[in-house]
Design a protein around this ligand. Structure first.
Ligand SMILES: CCCCCCCCCCCCCCCC(=O)SCCNC(=O)CCNC(=O)[C@H](O)C(C)(C)COP(=O)(O)OP(=O)(O)OC[C@H]1O[C@@H](n2cnc3c(N)ncnc32)[C@H](O)[C@@H]1OP(=O)(O)O
Length: 231
Protein backbone atom coordinates (compact mmCIF):
# COMPACT_ATOMS: atom_id res chain seq x y z
CA UNK A 1 0.00 0.00 0.00
CA UNK A 2 1.36 3.46 -0.88
CA UNK A 3 1.60 6.21 1.75
CA UNK A 4 -1.28 8.12 0.16
CA UNK A 5 -3.43 4.97 -0.02
CA UNK A 6 -2.67 4.30 3.62
CA UNK A 7 -3.67 7.85 4.57
CA UNK A 8 -6.89 7.37 2.60
CA UNK A 9 -7.58 4.04 4.34
CA UNK A 10 -7.05 5.61 7.77
CA UNK A 11 -9.34 8.53 6.97
CA UNK A 12 -12.52 8.33 8.97
CA UNK A 13 -15.28 10.91 8.94
CA UNK A 14 -15.46 14.30 7.33
CA UNK A 15 -12.31 16.39 7.14
CA UNK A 16 -12.23 19.59 9.18
CA UNK A 17 -13.08 22.20 6.52
CA UNK A 18 -11.65 25.05 8.60
CA UNK A 19 -8.83 25.75 6.15
CA UNK A 20 -10.80 24.95 3.01
CA UNK A 21 -11.69 28.37 1.63
CA UNK A 22 -8.73 30.66 1.25
CA UNK A 23 -10.46 33.29 -0.92
CA UNK A 24 -13.53 35.45 -0.44
CA UNK A 25 -14.92 36.84 2.79
CA UNK A 26 -16.47 34.45 5.33
CA UNK A 27 -20.25 34.86 5.13
CA UNK A 28 -20.88 33.53 8.62
CA UNK A 29 -19.17 34.53 11.87
CA UNK A 30 -16.25 32.22 12.66
CA UNK A 31 -16.19 32.84 16.41
CA UNK A 32 -16.06 29.93 18.82
CA UNK A 33 -18.90 30.11 21.34
CA UNK A 34 -17.46 31.12 24.76
CA UNK A 35 -19.43 28.23 26.31
CA UNK A 36 -17.46 25.64 24.31
CA UNK A 37 -20.52 24.46 22.30
CA UNK A 38 -18.66 24.92 18.99
CA UNK A 39 -15.81 22.76 20.26
CA UNK A 40 -18.23 20.18 21.64
CA UNK A 41 -19.95 19.93 18.25
CA UNK A 42 -16.54 19.55 16.56
CA UNK A 43 -15.62 16.61 18.82
CA UNK A 44 -19.05 15.05 18.24
CA UNK A 45 -18.44 15.33 14.48
CA UNK A 46 -15.26 13.32 15.02
CA UNK A 47 -17.26 10.77 16.99
CA UNK A 48 -19.92 10.64 14.28
CA UNK A 49 -17.28 9.80 11.68
CA UNK A 50 -15.63 7.22 13.94
CA UNK A 51 -18.92 5.47 14.76
CA UNK A 52 -20.20 5.43 11.16
CA UNK A 53 -16.82 4.70 9.60
CA UNK A 54 -15.28 1.95 11.74
CA UNK A 55 -16.14 -1.49 13.11
CA UNK A 56 -15.21 -2.31 16.69
CA UNK A 57 -14.71 -5.48 18.76
CA UNK A 58 -16.47 -4.12 21.83
CA UNK A 59 -17.70 -0.59 22.47
CA UNK A 60 -19.77 -1.17 25.63
CA UNK A 61 -17.43 1.05 27.68
CA UNK A 62 -17.84 3.81 25.10
CA UNK A 63 -21.63 3.43 25.28
CA UNK A 64 -21.56 3.99 29.05
CA UNK A 65 -19.26 7.02 28.67
CA UNK A 66 -21.42 8.59 25.98
CA UNK A 67 -24.62 7.86 27.94
CA UNK A 68 -23.14 9.62 30.98
CA UNK A 69 -22.17 12.58 28.82
CA UNK A 70 -25.69 12.78 27.31
CA UNK A 71 -27.26 12.55 30.80
CA UNK A 72 -24.96 15.33 31.98
CA UNK A 73 -25.75 17.63 29.02
CA UNK A 74 -29.47 16.96 29.44
CA UNK A 75 -29.21 17.98 33.10
CA UNK A 76 -27.20 21.20 32.65
CA UNK A 77 -28.44 22.51 29.26
CA UNK A 78 -31.24 24.97 28.57
CA UNK A 79 -33.13 23.66 25.52
CA UNK A 80 -33.52 26.07 22.60
CA UNK A 81 -37.01 25.55 21.20
CA UNK A 82 -38.02 26.74 17.72
CA UNK A 83 -40.65 29.03 19.25
CA UNK A 84 -37.78 31.03 20.77
CA UNK A 85 -36.47 31.94 17.33
CA UNK A 86 -37.41 35.57 16.83
CA UNK A 87 -35.72 36.37 13.53
CA UNK A 88 -33.81 34.84 10.68
CA UNK A 89 -30.05 34.74 10.98
CA UNK A 90 -29.67 35.01 14.77
CA UNK A 91 -27.21 32.69 16.53
CA UNK A 92 -30.15 30.64 17.90
CA UNK A 93 -31.48 30.22 14.38
CA UNK A 94 -28.25 29.40 12.57
CA UNK A 95 -26.39 27.44 15.28
CA UNK A 96 -28.64 24.37 15.01
CA UNK A 97 -28.81 24.36 11.20
CA UNK A 98 -27.97 20.91 9.72
CA UNK A 99 -25.76 22.36 6.96
CA UNK A 100 -23.99 25.36 8.51
CA UNK A 101 -24.74 25.10 12.24
CA UNK A 102 -21.58 25.34 14.30
CA UNK A 103 -23.46 23.85 17.27
CA UNK A 104 -24.89 21.00 15.20
CA UNK A 105 -22.68 17.88 14.91
CA UNK A 106 -24.81 16.78 11.93
CA UNK A 107 -23.61 19.75 9.84
CA UNK A 108 -20.36 19.27 7.87
CA UNK A 109 -20.35 22.37 8.50
CA UNK A 110 -20.32 24.38 5.32
CA UNK A 111 -18.06 27.42 5.69
CA UNK A 112 -19.28 29.74 2.93
CA UNK A 113 -17.34 32.69 1.62
CA UNK A 114 -18.82 35.53 -0.40
CA UNK A 115 -17.25 37.39 -3.34
CA UNK A 116 -17.81 41.01 -4.39
CA UNK A 117 -20.35 39.91 -7.04
CA UNK A 118 -22.33 38.16 -4.21
CA UNK A 119 -21.42 34.67 -5.45
CA UNK A 120 -21.19 32.33 -2.48
CA UNK A 121 -18.67 29.49 -2.47
CA UNK A 122 -18.00 26.64 -0.04
CA UNK A 123 -15.15 24.13 -0.28
CA UNK A 124 -15.34 20.93 1.73
CA UNK A 125 -14.77 17.19 1.84
CA UNK A 126 -17.45 14.79 2.97
CA UNK A 127 -16.71 11.55 4.83
CA UNK A 128 -18.34 8.15 5.03
CA UNK A 129 -21.14 9.33 7.31
CA UNK A 130 -22.56 11.08 4.22
CA UNK A 131 -22.34 8.01 1.99
CA UNK A 132 -25.14 7.05 -0.37
CA UNK A 133 -23.89 4.81 -3.20
CA UNK A 134 -20.58 3.09 -2.23
CA UNK A 135 -17.84 5.70 -2.19
CA UNK A 136 -20.25 8.49 -3.16
CA UNK A 137 -22.12 11.25 -1.37
CA UNK A 138 -25.83 10.61 -0.73
CA UNK A 139 -28.04 12.54 -3.16
CA UNK A 140 -30.21 13.83 -0.31
CA UNK A 141 -27.15 15.34 1.34
CA UNK A 142 -26.27 17.05 -1.94
CA UNK A 143 -29.83 18.44 -2.03
CA UNK A 144 -29.57 19.68 1.56
CA UNK A 145 -26.30 21.47 0.85
CA UNK A 146 -27.63 22.98 -2.38
CA UNK A 147 -30.73 24.28 -0.57
CA UNK A 148 -28.53 25.92 2.03
CA UNK A 149 -26.11 27.38 -0.53
CA UNK A 150 -28.99 28.88 -2.52
CA UNK A 151 -30.46 30.33 0.69
CA UNK A 152 -27.07 31.81 1.56
CA UNK A 153 -26.71 33.29 -1.93
CA UNK A 154 -30.05 34.98 -1.33
CA UNK A 155 -28.88 36.19 2.08
CA UNK A 156 -25.70 37.56 0.47
CA UNK A 157 -27.98 39.55 -1.85
CA UNK A 158 -30.04 40.76 1.12
CA UNK A 159 -33.07 38.55 0.49
CA UNK A 160 -34.79 35.96 2.63
CA UNK A 161 -36.92 33.25 1.06
CA UNK A 162 -38.61 29.93 1.77
CA UNK A 163 -37.74 27.22 -0.75
CA UNK A 164 -40.78 26.77 -3.00
CA UNK A 165 -39.21 24.72 -5.79
CA UNK A 166 -35.81 23.03 -5.87
CA UNK A 167 -34.57 21.20 -8.97
CA UNK A 168 -31.36 19.24 -8.99
CA UNK A 169 -29.60 17.60 -11.91
CA UNK A 170 -27.15 14.92 -10.80
CA UNK A 171 -24.60 14.74 -13.65
CA UNK A 172 -21.86 12.61 -12.14
CA UNK A 173 -21.40 10.75 -8.81
CA UNK A 174 -20.09 13.00 -6.03
CA UNK A 175 -17.04 11.31 -4.52
CA UNK A 176 -16.41 10.97 -0.76
CA UNK A 177 -13.06 12.21 0.58
CA UNK A 178 -12.49 14.48 -2.40
CA UNK A 179 -12.28 18.28 -2.49
CA UNK A 180 -15.75 19.54 -3.41
CA UNK A 181 -16.76 23.05 -4.37
CA UNK A 182 -20.27 24.51 -4.18
CA UNK A 183 -20.93 27.84 -5.89
CA UNK A 184 -24.27 29.64 -5.70
CA UNK A 185 -25.66 32.94 -6.86
CA UNK A 186 -28.93 34.79 -6.90
CA UNK A 187 -30.20 35.13 -10.47
CA UNK A 188 -33.21 37.44 -10.23
CA UNK A 189 -35.97 38.79 -8.03
CA UNK A 190 -39.56 39.59 -9.01
CA UNK A 191 -41.70 40.85 -6.16
CA UNK A 192 -41.52 38.18 -3.44
CA UNK A 193 -40.14 35.56 -5.86
CA UNK A 194 -36.40 34.92 -5.90
CA UNK A 195 -34.49 32.64 -8.28
CA UNK A 196 -31.06 31.28 -7.48
CA UNK A 197 -28.77 28.65 -8.99
CA UNK A 198 -25.74 26.64 -7.93
CA UNK A 199 -23.19 24.08 -9.05
CA UNK A 200 -21.22 21.34 -7.32
CA UNK A 201 -17.84 20.32 -8.72
CA UNK A 202 -15.26 17.72 -7.71
CA UNK A 203 -12.15 19.13 -9.32
CA UNK A 204 -13.12 19.91 -12.91
CA UNK A 205 -16.02 17.44 -12.92
CA UNK A 206 -19.53 18.84 -12.64
CA UNK A 207 -21.30 16.53 -10.17
CA UNK A 208 -24.62 18.35 -9.89
CA UNK A 209 -26.39 21.63 -10.50
CA UNK A 210 -29.40 23.20 -8.84
CA UNK A 211 -32.05 25.80 -9.56
CA UNK A 212 -34.32 27.09 -6.86
CA UNK A 213 -37.36 29.32 -6.56
CA UNK A 214 -37.69 30.99 -3.18
CA UNK A 215 -40.64 33.03 -1.94
CA UNK A 216 -40.13 35.76 0.59
CA UNK A 217 -42.47 35.10 3.52
CA UNK A 218 -45.18 37.73 3.91
CA UNK A 219 -44.38 40.15 6.70
CA UNK A 220 -40.58 40.02 6.61
CA UNK A 221 -39.61 43.40 7.92
CA UNK A 222 -37.43 45.59 5.73
CA UNK A 223 -34.65 45.78 8.31
CA UNK A 224 -34.50 41.93 8.44
CA UNK A 225 -33.56 41.76 4.77
CA UNK A 226 -30.39 43.76 5.15
CA UNK A 227 -29.42 42.60 8.62
CA UNK A 228 -26.07 40.80 8.70
CA UNK A 229 -26.12 37.13 9.68
CA UNK A 230 -25.08 37.03 13.34
CA UNK A 231 -24.15 33.45 13.94
C1 LIG B 1 -30.20 38.73 5.08
C2 LIG B 1 -30.81 38.71 6.45
C3 LIG B 1 -30.48 37.51 7.26
C4 LIG B 1 -30.92 36.26 6.58
C5 LIG B 1 -30.45 35.10 7.30
C6 LIG B 1 -30.39 33.99 6.39
C7 LIG B 1 -30.15 32.75 7.11
C8 LIG B 1 -29.20 31.85 6.41
C9 LIG B 1 -29.82 31.15 5.29
C10 LIG B 1 -30.67 30.03 5.73
C11 LIG B 1 -31.05 29.32 4.51
C12 LIG B 1 -32.05 28.31 4.80
C13 LIG B 1 -32.26 27.53 3.56
C14 LIG B 1 -33.23 26.48 3.82
C15 LIG B 1 -34.55 26.89 3.27
C16 LIG B 1 -35.61 25.98 3.71
O1 LIG B 1 -35.39 24.90 4.16
S1 LIG B 1 -37.23 26.52 3.57
C17 LIG B 1 -38.16 25.09 4.07
C18 LIG B 1 -38.76 24.34 2.93
N1 LIG B 1 -39.78 25.12 2.31
C19 LIG B 1 -41.00 25.26 2.86
O2 LIG B 1 -41.31 24.72 3.91
C20 LIG B 1 -41.93 26.14 2.11
C21 LIG B 1 -43.37 25.72 2.31
N2 LIG B 1 -44.24 26.54 1.49
C22 LIG B 1 -44.66 27.74 1.95
O3 LIG B 1 -44.44 28.13 3.11
C23 LIG B 1 -45.43 28.57 0.99
O4 LIG B 1 -45.98 27.75 -0.04
C24 LIG B 1 -44.54 29.65 0.31
C25 LIG B 1 -43.37 29.05 -0.46
C26 LIG B 1 -43.98 30.60 1.42
C27 LIG B 1 -45.38 30.45 -0.65
O5 LIG B 1 -46.58 30.78 -0.01
P1 LIG B 1 -47.19 32.24 -0.07
O6 LIG B 1 -46.33 33.18 0.66
O7 LIG B 1 -48.63 32.14 0.36
O8 LIG B 1 -47.05 32.62 -1.58
P2 LIG B 1 -48.13 32.45 -2.77
O9 LIG B 1 -48.97 33.68 -2.72
O10 LIG B 1 -48.79 31.12 -2.75
O11 LIG B 1 -47.16 32.48 -4.03
C28 LIG B 1 -46.38 33.63 -4.32
C29 LIG B 1 -45.88 33.45 -5.74
O12 LIG B 1 -44.96 32.32 -5.73
C30 LIG B 1 -45.43 31.33 -6.66
N3 LIG B 1 -45.15 30.02 -6.06
C31 LIG B 1 -45.37 29.63 -4.82
N4 LIG B 1 -44.99 28.35 -4.64
C32 LIG B 1 -44.53 27.93 -5.84
C33 LIG B 1 -43.99 26.70 -6.31
N5 LIG B 1 -43.83 25.64 -5.51
N6 LIG B 1 -43.62 26.63 -7.60
C34 LIG B 1 -43.76 27.70 -8.43
N7 LIG B 1 -44.25 28.89 -8.03
C35 LIG B 1 -44.64 28.99 -6.75
C36 LIG B 1 -46.91 31.57 -6.81
O13 LIG B 1 -47.40 31.08 -8.03
C37 LIG B 1 -46.97 33.10 -6.74
O14 LIG B 1 -46.55 33.60 -7.97
P3 LIG B 1 -47.23 34.98 -8.57
O15 LIG B 1 -48.68 34.67 -8.70
O16 LIG B 1 -46.96 36.05 -7.54
O17 LIG B 1 -46.51 35.20 -9.86
Amino acid sequence: MTASNEAEQNQVGTADPAAASSEGIPLLPQDETPSGSTELARELRRLRGLVAGSVYEDVHDAVRTVRELADHLEAVGKPVRPKDYGTWGTPEHIGANPAIGQRNPVSPPLEPVVFPDATVRADLELGIEYQGPPGCVHGGIVALLFDEMLGLANAASKSVGMTADLRITYSSPTPLYAPLRFEARQDRVEGRKIWASATLHAGNTLCASAEGLFVEPCGIRDHERSRPIEG
